[in-house]
Write a protein that binds this ligand. Sequence first.
Ligand code: DGJ
Length: 708
Amino acid sequence: MTAVLRPAGIGFDPGTRTWILHTPNTTYAFRLAGGRPAHVYWGAALTDAEVTSLPVRAESGARQRGSTSFEAPYDGTEEYAWDGGVRYGVPSLQVRFADGTRGLDLDLVGDEVAGDTSMIRLRDRHYPLEVTLRHRLRAGTDVIERSVTLANLGDAEEIEVLRLDSAAWSLPHREDYRLSHVIGMWGAETQLRRETAPAGETVFTSRRGITSHHANPWVMVDDGSATEEHGEVWSAALAWSGSWRMTVQRTPLNRLAVTTGFGHDGISWRLAPGESLETPVSAGTYTTGGFGAASRAWHTYVRGHVLPRPEEERPILYNSWEATFFDIDAGRQAALASRAAELGVELFVVDDGWFRPYKDDRAGLGDWRINPDVFPEGLTPLIEHVHGLGMAFGIWVEPEMVNPDSDLYRSRPGWVLHQPHRARTELRNQLVLNFGRDDVRAWAFEWLNRLVAPGVAFLKWDMNRTFSEAGWPDAPDPERLWIEHTRGVHQVMDRLRARNPGLRVESCSGGGGRLDLAILARTDQVWASDNTDAADRLRIQHGYTQLYPPGTLEAWVTDSPNTVTGRRTPLAFRFHVAMTGVLGLGGDLAAWTEAEREEAAELVALYKRIRPLVQHGRQYRLRPPCADGLSAVQFADRDVVVFGFRETPRMGFGVPPLPLAGLPREARYRDTRTGAVHEAGVLTHHGLALDLPRGEYASAVVHLERLD
Ligand code: DGJ
């Protein structure tokens, strides 16, 4: 008899006390066993009967349990591991009660399935602490969202919270485990790494107060055999834009679990009587379609359930930063705007400098006064000029920052992160304003709201330094700063958008330092890196799109040689790389030749035609930019667009036909440039011939229109 699979939904089997979550293609289950929520299953779809027949996973079962007094039967197998009893793995929850007791002893006190969400409530048998675990399905995706609320039900004593993770993700047993994740630095964000999970604990973290350039809160796990288009991949991500921690634990008995949450090692929070603390969401998903399918699943989820305006096409913007840096003046801005409009640009963004008293970063942050030497009549004439050219107007801000040389800092020195008896370390001549404070948030909202009122359609929200001396001396719980600053930033963004529904926001933190699911819930796009070198961008964008959709990735075409690396690349190569994300322009257009401007205008027009495919279609990374040879990426919906890049030509290494992915077998396509007609079968099983020019940094784009 064929097994009947359930449609997506959450069920509970009272016989085995098992919660069963069905997504369209996967099943996930946990069970209450011996008073603890034990993980049961996460993988391809199973029937309810198949799930309930599964044993509770404990390390090697009887062999280990009771056989010695040294083992921990549950480590790596729990749905949510709290500290206490015979547990020696990484706890997801760790507290200290006022009398010094640390271990938890929890018991189920309630459970509920309401629509797409299951909730179980656990209470400590002695202390007034309640833990609520939530699992939520998101319609049309295989993503499960999890979060936790911790409540101090007492009326007298505080509870110290040492670790409060959003979720622990336990994986089924496999012979081997491999981790995919990204590392980086300023100018080289989201560099993909794929390496065997070592036995022990691997921590990915940010202690910087921002998501960071150095790591990003997601991980993918496979058994070492998955490829771009085949194989099982489990992945988990954390929706948080401040400091975070993700610990991958591979036990000596070869179980693997990932626990993740906000905050980092060494910080703790105090939960006052009657208070509760809710974690951000951690989302997880499973696929059998390899890393490509995992990425597409994340893209679908971000578009369907995270972004505020997923249906919109992101405009082609021009940003003046690389053209002028701090040397900004109204006439030059107006001239750049005119040039940009001629090329087909839709949004003109004035970057840093418009409020600076000097042509550098020493002052201005915090006072936000338009520099009268630069804009004698304010911003209005420039805004009107930009509007007159048919473009929207955008502007750069850095609301969380203050220069010590500012009226704001002189009058409100207590508003910045600081600790008693410690110097306030300046980075880039600036200190961080504490957005955990109500007065700071109110001030920020007020001036931002005023700034955007006269026709500002777009804010680039930057954040150019990491935390240091991260204290809040007059707060009852100073370390809440690590949560409340981030929440405060989110809150101001949310309020600003609610008050100005037409406003769109770009997240930036010295490039891609603030890229995560939580910032994407209140912004429209992310400035992926200050490095606009197209060859480096291939790798940055490859890592970015592992989790986040290309339609959120802002990419500018700038000048050659590149300001960061000094590399020279052809204009078409720079354009083609940027066209695989949200195309923008950032060069000194005044210095571009007429021929360059003509070529640019054609490429801008081409991007407008393929934009729905790149920003809303399915992405297939056909060949990764690992070596300096050929790489290619395809976007498909009804039509298809393929980009090919060859960085260094080598004699004897030609350009083979490129097999395309995800095409319906019966489809036929016409190349919009050459008119050639291609059958889907040939494109899939033989490949598309790419016509790359000779020389270094060669690229091509092929737009295929579906015929029937
Ligand atoms: C860092 C950003 O990433 C750049 O694009 C630019 O906006 C500068 N800050 C301005 O200070």
